[in-house]
Ligand binder design. Structure first.
Ligand SMILES: Cc1ncc(COP(=O)(O)O)c(C=O)c1O
Length: 320
């Protein structure tokens, strides 16, 4: 229902497979498509839980550190030439908030379509959490219905504001995927009660396009306010295009041992100032000093959070 509002495509129901959460869908996909030990390449920094999700399936992640100017399909091509069996694209990207363009996605899928034994997985958990003033999100659903080796993963925990609600889905036209998901149905099928709650939300509360528009507008306002606060404090950041986070640059506060120091900054903000943010280390940032801040709160909480970060910054400035 909400997908038909989002894409003009008719998605045949037999091409949609469910599991308890996107986490489970990703693990199942790896088990179906890959052999134990096969590597999955992904652009770093990336969402830290991917590592655990694929580890359970027996597949290590290969972080790729390329400049943004390198075309996406070339990154995948090089990973394939280096022995990777799968390329994972998280769009919009957690933690940087980068949104891949239609051109990047189409070029990647067109290249991958020539190598059926190489798989492309699109994790589109934040598909409906893009900002109104940024790039337009382009879903790879169309490609997943065109090519056997392209899969789209969606979940309901983020865009629907249902954190902890374990319902995820895979969109694929592949007969192999269909057969395997059906084979494991008894084990991986989400509970009927989860479907019932979700059905209720969709049908009875008119959840859909309207709520996503509202969501995007709230997200845009929250992120604009967060960026304004950061400008006032004088902390640089990566301008996000989607997702619910901003990568903030604390590098100037690093001292002798950057990795350890990153941890001390995190500890200080949490215990002395009551602000919880994520270290770059968690997301496999190459360079220390970047932190992921989630500013998805009401205006008062956002301002208060950044006021406290400002206090930390001021204290640091005077002690440097
Ligand atoms: C990019 C990404 N993929 C997958 C997940 C996991 O989703 P689920 O709770 O549906 O398992 C998350 C959760 O934070 C995420 O950020």
């Amino acid at each position: 229902m909400f997908l038909s509002e989002e894409t003009p495509l008719e998605i045949p129901i037999e091409n949609i497979f469910f599991a308890p959460g996107a986490t489970n869908v990703l693990e199942t996909l790896a088990k179906i498509c890959l052999n134990e030990g096969d590597t999955i390449a992904i652009e770093a920094p990336y969402y830290f839980n991917f590592e655990g999700d694929f580890k359970r399936a027996g597949n290590p992640l290969e972080p790729l550190y390329y400049k943004d100017s390198v075309p996406l399909y070339l990154k995948a091509k090089r990973a394939f030439e280096d022995g990777a069996k799968c390329f994972l694209v998280n769009n919009p990207r957690n933690p940087t908030g980068y949104v891949y363009t239609k051109f990047e996605i189409e070029a990647l899928c067109a290249w991958a379509s020539t190598i059926p034994e190489f798989f492309i997985i699109f994790d589109e958990l934040y598909a409906n959490s893009c900002y109104t003033n940024q790039k337009r999100f382009f879903s790879a659903i169309k490609m997943s219905l065109k090519y056997d080796n392209v899969f789209v993963v969606r979940g309901f925990a983020k865009d629907f504001g249902l954190s902890g609600f374990k319902l995820g889905m895979c969109i694929s036209r592949s007969e192999k995927i269909k057969a395997k998901f059906n084979y494991w149905r008894d084990i991986i099928q989400p509970k009927n009660s989860v479907f019932a709650v979700f059905d209720f939300i969709l049908q009875k509360t008119n959840f859909g396009k309207k709520i996503f528009e509202e969501n995007k507008s709230i997200l845009t306002q929250a992120t604009n306010l967060a960026m304004k606060c950061l400008d006032e404090i004088g902390l640089p950041y990566m301008v996000p295009e989607g997702g619910v986070f901003i990568m903030v640059d604390f590098r100037k506060f690093l001292e002798k041992n950057p990795r350890e120091n990153e941890y001390t900054i995190w500890l200080s903000l949490l215990y002395e100032y009551g602000v919880a943010i994520g270290t770059g280390k968690l997301f496999k940032f190459l360079e220390e000093g970047w932190f992921r801040v989630c500013p998805v709160y009401d205006e008062f909480t956002i301002k208060e959070g950044f006021r406290r970060i400002g206090l930390f910054v001021n204290r640091k400035k005077f002690s440097l």
